[in-house]
Design a protein. Structure first.
Length: 438
């Protein structure tokens, strides 16, 4: 007689398969969006099918729902199980940064759907997992007061959450006190697009020895507060506020503190600038959160322009494409950390992806200060001692808590409203009629 318990029976793959879904006959019938208001808004995606099963995804944090909905006419009527075919069709319309969020978020929703149909967790589609728990690194926003004491208190609070990997932000205002810079910011400049200028433009001030000394004082206080058993990394050097030469001067001064990485020291598109900094410093350099697809990372990897790849899978192309990027980086001896600032939906997609990456470092958590963050979904794994368990439930392993979503919408009453205006393909080779034919 069989002694299989009910718990064991329910854990078997065949009992997780959605028997009401027939994969060969599955068709996409709708795409809807709910935008949750947060530190960076979360555009949540729901892809519906003709068999009742749906997939959840998410556009890039602070991205626009139009970047997702522009693909709806291409998705309608397609079998969501043909993930690669759909991805190849839509990826040419994506781009760097948040422009990649539509392509990437749809990829997540498709894999979630396929996983639910077949009763398989998403990491299995990526080749299986290398770990049962994923290490988290906690983002720590710069405190209101740029003092060593304030920074130390902020990082100490992160350590109290159980994190063993902590990132903190060094922003331009950190340098702009007590003679930390020389000169004056240029006046009468238009602000639109200013962030994307060449380093040293606009602000027109230069980092001084006192500015470097002040930063060293802050990082020394952080290291003392965190201890040497915690990995520390830092971000936000102004995204072009500092030139490569200034970053190198600052980076050399911070080398005694054993930082795990300096993040995005140069503008995101500047491969040679990153390589200059990477080659000059002993501290590793991480970058890549704005890069789109394997194609966007290829030259960075081949030139070894960074020490750590840092894709955001809501821009880089979703789970499978990010896995491909990480595997290619590994061939060149470059490990991968994952940038992330979204909801629990995309967070768990990152957990699945991180589980499948051999040379993985850590995954960012940017929602630690959002009081409602954990309530947005059910089924996601909590962080314990700085790690999150990889789920074995089908798909991404999470479901929406619609009450919490409704309570935190950017615009009340807009949760998954009809999107029929996006049903019609864009005019191009497609025409709704042939009115000029004889």
């Amino acid at each position: 007689m069989s002694t299989t318990s009910e718990a064991d029976r329910l854990g078997q793959v065949e009992n997780a398969i959605s028997t009401s879904s027939r994969a060969n006959d599955l068709k996409i019938t709708d795409v809807r969006i709910a935008v949750v208001a947060s530190n960076y808004d979360y555009p949540i995606i729901r892809i519906d099918t003709n068999q009742g099963v749906y997939g959840l995804g998410e556009g890039r944090d602070a991205g626009h729902q139009e970047n997702i909905l522009q693909f709806k006419s291409m998705l309608l009527g397609q079998n969501p199980c043909n993930v690669d075919m759909i991805f190849r069709a839509i990826k040419k319309f994506g781009n760097w940064g948040r422009e990649g969020g539509g392509v990437s978020g749809i990829e997540l929703a498709l894999w979630d759907l396929v996983g639910k149909v077949y009763g398989v967790p998403c990491y299995q589609f990526l080749g299986g997992k290398y770990r049962d728990k994923v290490r988290i690194y906690g983002d720590t926003p710069a405190p209101a007061e740029s003092s060593p004491e304030a920074y130390a208190a902020a990082v100490r609070g992160r350590k109290e959450l159980g994190l063993t990997y902590i990132k903190f932000d060094i922003r331009p205002r950190t340098f702009q006190v007590d003679g930390g810079t020389s000169g004056q910011p240029t006046k009468h400049e238009y602000s639109l697009g200013a962030r994307w200028r060449a380093p040293g433009t606009g602000e027109g001030v230069k980092l001084t020895d006192r500015g470097i000394e002040r930063t060293v004082e802050i990082v020394a206080a952080i290291r003392e507060a965190a201890g040497w058993d915690v990995s520390l990394c830092t971000d936000h050097f102004g995204h072009g506020y500092l030139t490569a030469k200034e970053v190198i001067r600052l980076g050399k001064a911070l080398e005694p503190f054993g930082l795990a990485w300096l993040e995005d020291p140069m503008p995101w598109w500047d491969i040679e600038g990153h390589k200059t900094v990477t080659d000059a410093l002993a501290t590793p350099i991480a970058a890549g959160e704005e890069l789109f697809l394997w194609d966007g990372f290829r030259e960075w990897i081949e030139k070894r322009a960074v020490d750590i790849l840092h894709p955001d899978l809501l821009t880089s192309g979703g789970m499978l494409e990010t896995k491909r990027i990480a595997d290619y980086g590994e061939r060149y001896g470059i490990p991968t950390a994952l940038h992330f600032a979204g909801s629990p939906i995309a967070f768990m997609a990152n957990v699945h992806c991180a589980a499948a990456i051999p040379s993985f470092v850590a995954l960012e958590h940017h929602g630690l200060d959002m009081p409602f963050w954990d309530s947005l979904t059910t089924g996601h794994e909590p962080m314990v001692d700085g790690y999150v368990k990889v789920p074995d439930r089908p798909g991404l392993g999470v479901e929406l808590n619609e009450e919490a979503i409704e309570a935190n919408l950017r615009t009340p009453g807009t949760m998954f409203l009809p999107t029929d205006a996006w049903n019609t393909p864009k005019l191009g080779f497609w025409r709704p009629d042939n009115r000029w034919a004889e």
